[in-house]
Design a binder for this molecule. Structure first.
Ligand code: FES
Length: 106
């Protein structure tokens, strides 16, 4: 199990347990994190699971693949260098302690 820290758009921090194989989006949805929409259910087709990775941890998750990179151009909230789609980040033990901020608009 990994612990993933979510910062909601309202500025509230939640630390959630995450099993390997789930995505960061799935953990957020299963636990009712405010601000996480995930309209397409994880297909990488809606960009409503936009998160900002803690800038000190972007190496942990690596860069976005091409499709995700294209989708990130269409996010409602501003895209930043640390923007990712939470549905495209699979939990593994190396992500223990990851900190993500849910984008303020989806
Ligand atoms: S849930 Fe739709 S792109 Fe992530």
């Amino acid at each position: 199990m990994s612990k993933i820290q979510f910062l909601t758009p309202a500025g509230v921090t939640h630390v959630l347990e995450a099993a390997p194989g789930s995505s960061v989006m799935e953990i957020a949805i299963q636990n009712g994190m405010p601000g996480m929409v995930a309209e397409c259910g994880g297909a990488g087709a809606c960009a409503t699971c936009h998160v900002y990775i803690d800038p000190a941890q972007t190496d942990l998750v690596g860069p976005a693949e091409d499709l995700e990179d294209d989708m990130l151009d269409g996010t409602t909230a501003a895209r930043k260098a640390n923007s990712r789609l939470a549905c495209q980040i699979e939990i593994h033990d190396g992500l223990d302690g990851l900190r993500v901020e849910i984008a303020p608009e989806q």
